[in-house]
Structure formats: structure tokens, C-alpha cells
Design a protein around this ligand. Structure first.
Ligand SMILES: Cc1cc2nc3c(=O)[nH]c(=O)nc-3n(C[C@H](O)[C@H](O)[C@H](O)COP(=O)(O)O)c2cc1C
Length: 261
């Protein structure tokens, strides 16, 4: 692929133009486009050729409203080993995915597929938003809403797809080097470097934080003061217990559960 005059080829331009959209127009994503996005998504690398995920394609208006910011289409990415377990049973083999390592590897497959879908969509001019809306709802309701198997399947992330009705005024920034990129060995930030980091968040031109809150007007010295005290609310214990229970039910984190039981 050739580079353009500013050094960016079409793929890089697509990646650099990614941004989250939270308001969607009525404009439809065509079947062909959706199909291309899904085909691209499943091209992502995956461990042991297992593609340890299921993608629920959503066009049900109620579900779109509930979980996908009323976007035109939604993709729910779930780490999922049921297909490979069922095939094993069918062939009279045993295949156990009852461990955390499978969960981590499967989650990696799943997230790679999800991000690939977002990039593919953007390359077609289709906007997106990742949301963990499924984790805010009661998890047993989520399992019911999407008919997910309780075992060896866990909804990881929802991807909203559609065309923006309201565009953001600017692209959100990112931390680029300090404390993010490490060379050869992990480098813990010094106090001086932490000062630089705090300033990066405070720099309104960089738009690194969640900038829809005007933290300065609220009297905070630093963006991160607002972030730690106002944004990062403690998750209620009951919610954490519910989350843990749902994960336990999947069988990934409890060695007593075996797929062939
Ligand atoms: C795991 C994950 C969960 C997210 N959940 C939400 C969400 O529930 N609501 C929302 O408005 N944005 C959500 N986002 C989007 C982020 O807020 C957004 O990516 C970030 O602010 C950077 O903005 P940008 O994507 O426009 O560059 C989520 C992103 C990720 C990766």
C-alpha cells in the first residue's frame, strides 16, 4: 500500500480517524456492509484456530435501545467455547475449557475480532462505539436477552454501529509515550514524570480525559482529582458479587466444573 503525501496510507488514516459516536441517525447499514464488517472481524488472529468467540448480530430495536445507544446495528462480542466443546462431544472427545487461561486466551481472540470490526466499519464510513452496557445490566438478564449459554460463554463488549447524527467537535487524545510505552523493561514513573502525566491530562487541548465534564469549573485543581473523586465511583459490593457469580457459572474460573460432566 502506498503512502500519501502526509505519510499516512488509507489504513492508517482510518485508524487515526477512529472516534466514539454516541448519537446515531436513522441511516441504515446495508446487509452487504454489515457482512463485510463481520467477515473482516473474523479475520483477526485467534489462538489455536479456535476463534473462541460468538458474535451476536443485533437489529432488534428494543435491544439496540437497551444496550447499543440506539445505533443502527449492534454486535455483541462474547468469549465462547461452546462450539468447540459441542464438536468435541459430537466426536466423542473431551475438551475442557474450565480454566482461567482459556478465558484469557478466548477473551483476547474476542477483543481482537471486536477492534477489527470497528476498524472495518470506519473504513466503510460507518461509526461505532464500544460499550460495556452489558455489564451495567444484571448479568442474568443479559444472558436471557441474548439467549447466551450460561457455561463457557461470557459477554465481553458491545459494539454499536451506525452513522453519526451528532459529530464530536474534536478527536480524543491519547497518552502516547510516558508510562504507556516501555522499552525492553518496564519503567515505573518517577514523581517528576507523574507530574508530567498529570499535566497531560490537565491540558485541555489534548483531550485525553473524559472531557464532557468541566472539572475546572467544578473547582478541581487537576482533571485526575475529578477523575478519582467524582468519576471513579466504587462499584457496589452486590454488583461485584453478581459479576463474580456469573463468571463462576461460566465454569472458566472454577476447576470443579468440567465441560464433559
Ligand atoms: C471497554 C470499553 C467500554 C466503554 N464503555 C462506554 C460506555 O458505556 N459509554 C460510552 O459513552 N463510552 C464507552 N466507551 C468509549 C470510551 O469512552 C472512548 O473510547 C474513550 O473516551 C476515547 O474516546 P474515542 O473512542 O472517541 O477516542 C467504552 C470504551 C471501551 C474500550
Amino acid at each position: 500500500m502506498t503512502k500519501t503525501h502526509n505519510g499516512l496510507n488509507e489504513t492508517l488514516k482510518t485508524i487515526f480517524s477512529l472516534r466514539s459516536i454516541r448519537n446515531y441517525s436513522e441511516k441504515e447499514i446495508s446487509k452487504e456492509e454489515l457482512n463485510l464488517i463481520i467477515r473482516a472481524s473474523v479475520r483477526a488472529a485467534n489462538a489455536s484456530g479456535r476463534q473462541s468467540y460468538s458474535i451476536i448480530v443485533v437489529d432488534d430495536k428494543h435491544l439496540l435501545k437497551k444496550y447499543f445507544y440506539a445505533a443502527n446495528k449492534g454486535l455483541l462480542f462474547c468469549v465462547d467455547f461452546n462450539r468447540i466443546i459441542d464438536a468435541a462431544k459430537y466426536l466423542s472427545h473431551t475438551f475442557a475449557s474450565n480454566n482461567l487461561r482459556f478465558f484469557i486466551t478466548g477473551s483476547t481472540d474476542t477483543i481482537l475480532a471486536a477492534q477489527t470490526a470497528a476498524i472495518a466499519a470506519k473504513s466503510l464510513g460507518i461509526d461505532s462505539l464500544f460499550t460495556n452496557s452489558v455489564h451495567r445490566e444484571e448479568l442474568n438478564v443479559v444472558y436471557e436477552d441474548f439467549n447466551l449459554p450460561e457455561m463457557y460463554c461470557f459477554p465481553l463488549i458491545a459494539l454499536c454501529l451506525g452513522y453519526a447524527s451528532k459529530k464530536p467537535k474534536y478527536l480524543k487524545g491519547r497518552l502516547k509515550n510516558l508510562g504507556v510505552i516501555h522499552f525492553n523493561k518496564y519503567h515505573r514513573l518517577s514523581q517528576q514524570e507523574l507530574d508530567t502525566l498529570i499535566q497531560e491530562y490537565d491540558d485541555k487541548e489534548k483531550h485525553i480525559g473524559l472531557s464532557w465534564e468541566s472539572w475546572k469549573e467544578m473547582g478541581f485543581k487537576h482533571y485526575l482529582d475529578w477523575f478519582y473523586t467524582r468519576w471513579s465511583q466504587e462499584i457496589p459490593k452486590e454488583k461485584l458479587q453478581e459479576f463474580h457469580l456469573a463468571l463462576k457459572k461460566t465454569g472458566f474460573i472454577d476447576p470443579e466444573w468440567y465441560c464433559n460432566k
